[in-house]
Design a binder for this molecule. Structure first.
Ligand code: AMP
Length: 556
């Protein structure tokens, strides 16, 4: 298939804002794709890799800009200026090709497979000279490209397709292309995607083997699925109430891992599906020694403990190990891993994702060496009374853990969805009083209201406000109306839909956690900030100090 035809499809997707129409366009494209279907299911979203593959092309936007210069002979300043004007390097590339100084003598027609393979290949270069080779490969593609083709090639490279095509659109389009598009067909495609994490496999199986093939797709070793996510409960009682058959476990604050085990290979993946096997030789060794199994996919939270206090080391510190490429053994001695196992998705050749949690846990407990040093079953209570669970919660906090996770022992494993099979209970952090320094007009029904607030604390040393994050929601309509009325008179300038404000309004902000951040000039960012009320009694200089943010960060 010529790349030009894919560009036509992109343009049609771009021309409509209706999800139904987008689905229709893609369903037709998928139906006609033949052998090229796997690539198309990826390229439709501007993806080159499945969620579980490493997707680092090793190409920055400025490197891409360099390739545009090389391919077209247009100077860098002009490219930068187009880029700034439109905010889209893809448009800059299209302009550059349109106005190109050099013309290649024999220009090849680009086909989809060449573009896909060339772009994927960029990630494979290693060592000295790899940057140049990447620039050359991109420049070669762009030299053969028409303006519209260049636009989408560059958008694919920088990962900004702007076509409004998400996972749901691909799923629905496959259900329509190869089945009847009914809810039932959509669910079958969804399930297949959950267990494979790969639309290429789902598409190809649907096309070649129909429903039976699709339904037979299962979790496989070394192809990690997304993690099942937790919802938040107010407190222990609330979590128990909401859970049919509670299995209560400590909530550890560590690295969520999926460990894939076969007789000759062990691999460790993070929650983001990144392969971190090399960085954690201690986990691999412990799994080899303390788990007896032919094959398995084990889920665990990995924590490192301070050998003196016995308390968990903060995740921020432990997580240094994830990024480290050298001194691996030294890091493993400094931050040794304890692997708290809590789920088993696959056991000796069989998927367990459809089995109830109670059964998965029974299998899990059957394969670990009890009393093992590094691999330990997550602390748990199997049939908890209300008081039992409360005191278990107190124990967890006393031990320096984050709280509890309350799971439904009757539930299957649902990769990636927050279905309420698992509720987390943890103490709220002390709220902060923060100044609103910027606001954005909301979208849709609430477009007249100023929501989306940028918040700041007070740096007493420098006598300046320092930003600590943005709050998107948590306000009722009445509160949004009230804050709009308070903020409008304070507007100093407007930038697109953003209003810069005289810093006067102070609000109370609740949040789950403070993280280090390079986005905000305080160096910190609140995780999941929520509106906790107006503090009309406070002026900006009475807002919480940066020092307090720092202290809370250290203490959490
Ligand atoms: P959160 O990241 O706050 O949404 O909480 C969910 C996370 O808690 C999961 O992604 C796991 O990484 C982590 N977690 C800690 N202990 C457990 C446990 N016993 N069972 C399941 N997840 C756990």
């Amino acid at each position: 298939m010529e790349y030009r035809r894919l560009v036509e499809i992109y343009d049609r997707l771009d021309a409509t804002s209706s999800t139904l129409e987008k689905t229709d366009i893609l369903a037709n494209a998928f139906g006609d794709a033949g052998e090229l279907l796997p690539e198309l299911t990826q390229l439709a979203r501007g993806r080159l890799f499945a969620a579980w593959e490493s997707d680092d092309l090793g190409v920055s936007s400025s490197l891409t800009a360099q390739a545009i210069v090389d391919a077209t002979g247009i100077d860098d300043e002009q490219i930068q200026s187009w880029w700034r004007e439109t905010g889209d390097l893809g448009n800059a590339a299209a302009n550059a090709v349109e106005n190109r100084a050099q013309t290649t003598l024999v220009s090849e027609t680009l086909d989809v497979r060449t573009v896909y393979d060339t772009l994927r290949g960029l990630s494979e270069y290693e060592g000295p000279g790899s940057q140049e080779r990447r620039i050359n490969d991109i420049a070669d593609l762009l030299a053969d490209a028409e303006p519209d083709e260049a636009r989408y090639i560059v958008r694919t490279i920088v990962g900004a397709m702007r076509l409004g095509v998400g996972e749901g659109t691909i799923r629905d389009a496959l259900a329509m292309a190869f089945f009847d598009g009914s809810d039932e067909a959509i669910q079958a495609v969804e399930r297949a995607y959950e267990v494979t994490n790969d639309f290429r496999t789902v598409g190809e199986t649907a096309r070649e083997q129909g429903r039976d093939g699709l339904d037979a797709l299962e979790v496989e070793l070394f192809r990690p699925v997304k993690a099942m996510l937790a919802q938040k409960a107010e407190d222990v009682a609330d979590a128990l109430d909401a859970t049919e058959q509670p299995l209560v476990e400590y909530k550890y604050d560590g690295m969520r891992t999926k460990i894939h085990v076969s007789s000759d290979e062990i691999r460790v993946f993070t929650r983001q599906l990144e392969d971190v096997t090399t960085q954690f030789p201690d986990i691999v060794a412990a799994v080899r020694d303390e788990i007896t199994v032919e094959s398995a996919i084990i889920e665990a939270e990995v924590v490192s403990y301070d050998s003196e206090t016995g308390k968990p080391i903060p995740f921020q510190e432990f997580s240094k190990r994830i990024k480290r490429k050298n001194d691996i053994e030294k890091m493993a001695t400094e931050y040794p891993a304890t692997v708290h196992v809590f789920d088993l998705l696959y056991h000796d050749g069989q998927s367990l994702v459809d089995a109830p949690l109670a059964e998965r846990v029974k299998h899990l407990e059957g394969i670990i060496e009890h009393g093992g040093e590094t691999v330990q079953r997550a602390a748990n209570l199997q049939s908890a009374s209300a008081e039992g669970a409360e005191s278990f919660y107190a124990d967890a906090l006393e031990a320096g853990q984050e709280g509890l996770i309350v799971k439904n022992a009757n539930a299957s494993y649902q990769p990636g969805s927050r279905v309420g099979y698992m509720l987390k209970v943890k103490p709220m952090m002390e709220p902060l009083d923060l100044v609103v320094v910027q606001a954005k007009w909301s979208e849709g029904r609430k477009s007249d209201w100023l929501g989306r607030l940028r918040l700041a604390c007070w740096d007493a040393e420098q006598e300046e406000l320092r930003e600590v994050g943005r709050m998107f929601s948590g306000m009722t309509d009445a509160e949004l109306r009230e804050i709009t009325a308070k903020l409008e008179p304070l507007i100093q300038s407007i930038d697109d839909r953003t209003a810069n404000l005289r810093p006067e309004v102070v609000i109370q902000v609740e949040y789950e956690e403070i993280q280090e951040s390079t986005t905000y000039d305080s160096g910190y960012a609140l995780r999941f900030p929520r509106f906790g009320g107006f503090r009309d009694d406070l002026g900006p200089e009475n807002a919480d100090r940066l020092e307090r943010v720092e202290r809370l960060y250290e203490e959490q």
